[in-house]
Design a protein around this ligand. Structure first.
Ligand SMILES: CC(C)(COP(=O)(O)OP(=O)(O)OC[C@H]1O[C@@H](n2cnc3c(N)ncnc32)[C@H](O)[C@@H]1OP(=O)(O)O)[C@@H](O)C(=O)NCCC(=O)NCCS
Length: 195
């Protein structure tokens, strides 16, 4: 088990927002990990996070280095009314690879459960091995790959991997679609025959 002593994971406060924005800018500037790209609208993101502090469908967590009080990570859960919680997270570069991501992800999953979600979902770039490994280690399953989906500032269009984690019996019991039979024109590779 990785050493994750020295950090605290707690809810974001309004006073954390400037530092969390700085962190997001840093990670976005690396260019290969996040959907968010350099030049994102800082003001809009600030408002979004501040609104989220009073929204019961949103939890934003931060990771704080207890020795320095520096904000070194941030993660968010957005619960949709249909019961799926979308997760996102990022850590400062010098805090990666030490297990802190697992601590934050576990807290985000607990937050999603606390919001009554039956499922957590996220999207990740196919090249992001640390994130993929982390999500797989927590039981997330790959549900698909959306192809040529996200246009980047560079003009490239990237694929993304969709991952999901059941938080109650709904997924543990298997996927049964709507209960109505799948349309026969669906490719057989994705048909559910026992619906
Ligand atoms: C993704 C992220 C949250 C993971 O957190 P972390 O604390 O670095 O993760 P961990 O230290 O627990 O490592 C997770 C796994 O990746 C592996 N790993 C770590 N660094 C790696 C690297 N550079 N290359 C390949 N694997 C790596 C670890 O060994 C571990 O795998 P294991 O459980 O099979 O041993 C963090 O790296 C991060 O913030 N990255 C930049 C932003 C980002 O990618 N956010 C997610 C967007 S979907």
């Amino acid at each position: 088990m990785a050493d994750v002593e020295g950090v605290t994971v707690r809810d974001m406060r309004a006073a954390d927002v400037p530092e969390a924005l700085d962190l997001l800018e840093e990670v976005a500037a690396e260019g290969i990990w996040l959907g968010t790209e350099p030049g994102f609208d800082r003001h809009r993101r600030r408002e979004h996070w501040l609104d989220g502090l009073s929204d019961p469908m949103v939890r934003t967590l931060v990771v704080v280095d207890r020795a320095t009080d520096r904000l070194v990570g941030q993660g968010t859960v957005h619960a949709a009314r249909y019961g799926v919680a979308e997760l996102g997270m990022n850590l400062a570069a010098d805090w990666r690879g030490r297990g802190v991501g697992g601590l934050l992800l576990d807290a985000l999953i607990e937050a999603a459960r606390g919001m009554g979600a039956h499922k957590a979902e996220l999207q990740v770039w196919p090249h992001n091995e640390p994130a993929l490994r982390l999500y797989l280690s927590r039981g997330f399953a790959v549900e698909g790959r959306v192809r040529a989906h996200y246009r980047r500032a560079s003009g490239q269009v990237w694929d993304a991997i969709l991952m999901g984690l059941g938080l109650d019996r709904v997924l543990a019991d298997g996927s049964h679609g709507s209960g109505l039979p799948d349309a026969p024109c669906l490719p057989s590779s994705i048909q559910i025959r026992d619906a």
